[in-house]
Write a protein that binds this ligand. Structure first.
Ligand code: FES
Length: 150
């Protein structure tokens, strides 16, 4: 609604030959591909760093028993990255693979959420999507069905 009003004002000023302060802001030629390309490349390098680096940096010697109250960690259990947290005495475990594009989530201790470092998706402690771009919850993982890496 707001954009339609602004565009109507800009167009009517163009037709009438008047200056409009917002016309530069909405100018379709304002896009500078070379300037934008630098940011695009930088952001994609960061995503690639997390996508690859987080897969090889998870310690394998830990088990869910090592996690203290209020803490969350990503552990490798039976070859799968598993996001495990302990809240109010209960252990919650979900897949650590972000449902957006597959990066590995990390525990946000302040918000008690699983946050994806690649594009900013956030998930509740139980894997429920809080904020996109991911629109699917993290898959629940049953620790009792899996052998814990002790
Ligand atoms: S991979 Fe894009 S938000 Fe997680």
């Amino acid at each position: 609604m707001t954009n339609s009003m602004v565009s109507a004002m800009i167009l009517s000023d163009l037709v009438m030959g008047r200056e409009n302060d917002w016309s530069k802001l909405y100018d379709p030629n304002r896009f500078k591909p070379l300037t934008s390309a630098k940011d695009l490349v930088t952001q994609n390098i960061d995503v690639a760093k997390h996508f690859v680096g987080d897969r090889i940096s998870v310690p394998k010697e830990e088990s869910a028993d090592d996690i203290t109250e209020g803490e969350g960690r990503v552990l490798e259990i039976d070859g799968e990255k598993t996001a495990i947290c302990k809240l109010d005495g209960a252990v919650h475990s979900v897949s650590a693979t972000c449902t957006h594009m597959g990066c590995i989530v990390a525990w946000n201790n302040a918000e008690r959420s699983w946050d994806c470092p690649c594009h900013g998706s956030r998930f509740n402690y139980d894997g429920t999507v809080i904020q996109g771009p991911a629109n699917e919850d993290l898959k629940e993982v049953s620790l009792s069905d899996k052998k814990k890496s002790d």
